[in-house]
Design a protein around this ligand. Structure first.
Ligand code: CS2
Ligand code: MG
Length: 405
């Protein structure tokens, strides 16, 4: 058999501050590849899907046959799609691209057609409990060279708000072993965002992109109104305005605002966004490598999006490991219809567990020139951080009703 035969694979679960699931694939020739399989709050489901049901099917296959392995895992399972399945397939696909790059002696972006740009614009997260704190944070990002900044602020009258951290630089929404409960009021929230953007334009000027994430909390008509209210401040995008299972609901938002719309961090296949893209209901697709079936499937989504003037804006929160971040940067550098990449910095402990070649400079990132993805996992260090259950919070309305997401 050839040196690219898959001879082994293992799943590594580690918690250097937060949980990560990583797949490592080995070949007969000794070349290894890594893939991120982290699904926030459901980590062990993907770990088990991989160890029990995927790894046995991989042994003996040729690591070079990336497309065929993808099709085999997707079609062969009979049970298609879903976040657990697609994160597992993504991990295999990512690891195989890593292996192919290492064998070719080329960074993965070269295998994807080469660089379409010099570097990848990223956006950072400025958040605070008050508008003043959020603006102070945003000014720090601007001083660090960021060209794009996401603004999230506490909502007056609500005790805590999802997406708003208490510390600068690092933010971890999966905060407890059982879900904490936040309170939500769309009325209070809707009143709070326009003053935030007004203050931000005043303090930051117009030469920086400003973004905002609604976390699926509004109805389409409420989102249309917020989009309209924010138009004078020219946001780069409004993200996840409303739950997107019903893709047609974005028609209503689109009818009422010219503020650009982004959606898709929880999508796992092209079928989740086909209508959104084909009807040009969105401007940015947020699907990313780990949750949308790997580099192979994300390229397919981006190709469809390119036909309809939709650009990419990959999810890049801390629950996406440095392995996913590296893969995303290779994808971003190569894809013609790139828009922006989210960059929510990992902690020093996480960076030490995942040594990587990617770099940040002046608001942009580059995946580096190391063959493959340019990222690895230090398994001895990873073993020092055992898995700890951690869940995202849930949201209730003020009368106790469970709210969306
Ligand atoms: C957020 C994330 O980064 C984002 O845009 O929506 O905080 C998201 O909630 C988490 O990644 C969920 O795992
Ligand atoms: Mg988001």
């Amino acid at each position: 058999m050839s040196s690219s035969e898959i001879t082994g694979a293992r799943v590594i679960v580690t918690c250097p501050g937060r949980n990560f699931v990583t797949l490592k694939i080995e070949t007969r020739g000794g070349v290894t590849g890594v893939g991120d399989a982290t699904l926030n709050g459901r980590e062990l489901a993907v770990a088990s899907y991989l160890s029990e049901h995927v790894i046995p099917c991989l042994i003996g296959r040729d690591a070079h046959r990336i497309e065929d392995v993808w099709q085999y895992l997707y079609k062969g399972a009979y049970w298609r799609r879903g976040p657990v399945t697609m994160s597992a397939i993504a991990a295999v696909d990512t690891a195989l691209w890593d292996i192919k790059g290492k064998i070719a002696g080329l960074p993965v972006y070269q295998l994807l057609g080469g660089a379409s740009r010099d570097s990848v614009m990223v956006y950072g997260h400025a958040n605070g409990e008050t508008i003043e704190q959020t603006i102070d944070e945003a000014l720090k990002y601007k001083a660090e060279g960021y060209k794009a900044i996401r603004l999230q602020s506490g909502v007056p009258g609500l005790r805590s708000t999802y997406g708003v951290s208490k510390t600068f630089g690092y933010y971890e929404p999966a905060d407890a072993a059982l879900p904490t409960e936040n309170l939500w009021s769309s009325e209070k929230y809707l009143r709070s965002v326009p003053p935030l953007f007004a203050a931000a334009r005043e303090a930051l000027g117009w030469d920086v992109h400003l973004l905002h994430d609604i976390h699926h909390r509004l109805t389409p008509i409420e989102a249309g109104r917020l989009g309209k209210d924010l138009e004078p401040y020219r946001p780069f995008w409004l993200e996840d305005a409303t739950p997107a299972e019903n893709q047609a609901s974005f028609r209503l938002i689109r009818q009422h605002t010219t503020t650009p719309l982004a959606v898709g961090e929880i999508f796992n296949t092209i079928w989740d966004c086909r209508q959104l893209i084909e009807e040009q209901l969105i401007d940015y697709i947020r699907a990313t490598v780990v949750h949308a079936g790997g580099i192979t499937h994300l390229r397919r989504i981006a190709s469809l999006a390119d036909l309809y003037n939709v650009r990419t804006g990959c999810h890049g929160a801390t629950d996406l490991s440095p392995v996913c971040m590296a893969a995303a940067l290779h994808f971003d550098l190569s894809v013609p219809n790139f828009g922006v990449q989210e960059y929510m910095r990992h902690t020093a402990e996480t960076d030490a567990v995942f040594p990587h070649a990617y770099t940040f400079s002046n608001g942009s990132m580059h995946p580096g020139e190391a063959p493959g993805l340019g990222v690895d996992i230090d398994e001895a260090l990873a073993a020092k951080y055992p898995y700890r259950p951690a869940y995202l919070p849930v949201n209730r309305l003020e009368d106790g009703t469970m709210h969306s997401w």
